[in-house]
Design a protein around this ligand. Structure first.
Ligand SMILES: N[C@@H](CCC[C@H](N)C(=O)O)C(=O)O
Length: 269
């Protein structure tokens, strides 16, 4: 069976997108998604996205990490799908209903409300999620936020100096996080600017993480470190994040269509 796909990215965080809205596609399964996402033997991507019809939204977005595991949220993919849809739209995800609107500088996404309760992150035990009394080497007292998916955020003097390729996997798999976690290291530049690097659950280091930018901005705002609207500068470029008085997070930034192609399913099963 030959399957068409579109390759999209948001600030270098890249996606293979399959559209199952009009044609029935088989459930590919974790092993096939892992093979297709692999940059050495497959097409290569950070996340694998499947679009499906949804009775209560413009589209349902199913999100799989490169390791084949299905997850609840992906901010950069939301902007990419918003670009593909080309008009104001609602997207049903495992993390809740979000909405996208074309904006002057890309796509604006209403990402919904952050959750701070330890059960909602989720964590293995009750702890203050504003500054958790835990640490791994140079990384200490993270905040934890769920923005559809789980994030731990460490504020450090220089995020570029953190060996995130070593500490990221340790923290991702720590028993404190029963569903594993996305690991963010952030530096406050000034009250309107954060720098951020992310070790993504199920992927590794990526050039940008939209939900990581939202979680980090909200954690910094909750600690009073920055204003309620900031620029989050990632290796792939900046995202604007605003946390509105109605408790909703608005993320704005670019998305890009790279190319369209097709693959033979048998080659990856
Ligand atoms: N790249 C994403 C986040 C994708 C999911 C994440 N790795 C997880 O496991 O929760 C983004 O832009 O938000």
């Amino acid at each position: 069976m030959r399957i068409n796909f579109t390759k999209m990215h948001g600030l270098g965080n890249d996606f293979i997108v399959l559209d199952a809205r009009e044609e029935d596609l088989p459930d590919l399964g974790a092993e096939t998604i892992r093979a297709l996402s692999d940059r050495t033997r497959g097409i290569g991507c950070d996340q694998f996205i499947v679009l499906e019809p949804d009775p209560d939204a413009s589209v349902r977005m199913r999100i799989y990490n490169a390791d084949g595991g299905e997850v609840e949220a992906c901010g950069n993919a939301a902007r990419a799908i918003g670009l593909m849809l080309g008009k104001p739209a609602t997207i049903a995800t495992g993390g809740g209903l979000i909405s996208t609107t074309p904006a002057e500088n890309g796509i604006a996404v209403d990402m919904g409300e952050p959750r701070f309760g330890w059960e909602a992150i989720p964590l293995a035990y009750a702890v203050d999620t504003d500054a958790m009394p835990v640490g791994w080497d140079m990384l200490e007292q993270p905040s934890a936020v769920n923005v559809g998916n789980p994030h731990a955020i460490f504020f450090v003097p220089d995020c570029d100096a953190v060996p995130l390729d070593e500490l990221g996997p340790q923290i991702e798999h720590d028993p404190l996080f029963p569903q594993r976690v996305n690991v963010n290291v952030a530096t406050v530049v000034d009250r309107k600017t954060l720098r951020l690097r992310v070790w993504e659950r199920g992927v590794g280091l990526t050039r940008a993480c939209g939900t990581g930018a939202c979680a980090t901005a909200v954690a910094a705002m909750r600690r009073g470190l920055v204003d309620r609207e900031v620029s989050v500068e990632l290796p792939g470029g900046p995202l604007s994040i605003a946390w509105h008085q109605d408790n909703r997070i608005i993320m704005t930034g670019p998305a890009t269509q790279a190319f369209r192609g097709s693959f033979e399913l048998d080659d990856y099963t």
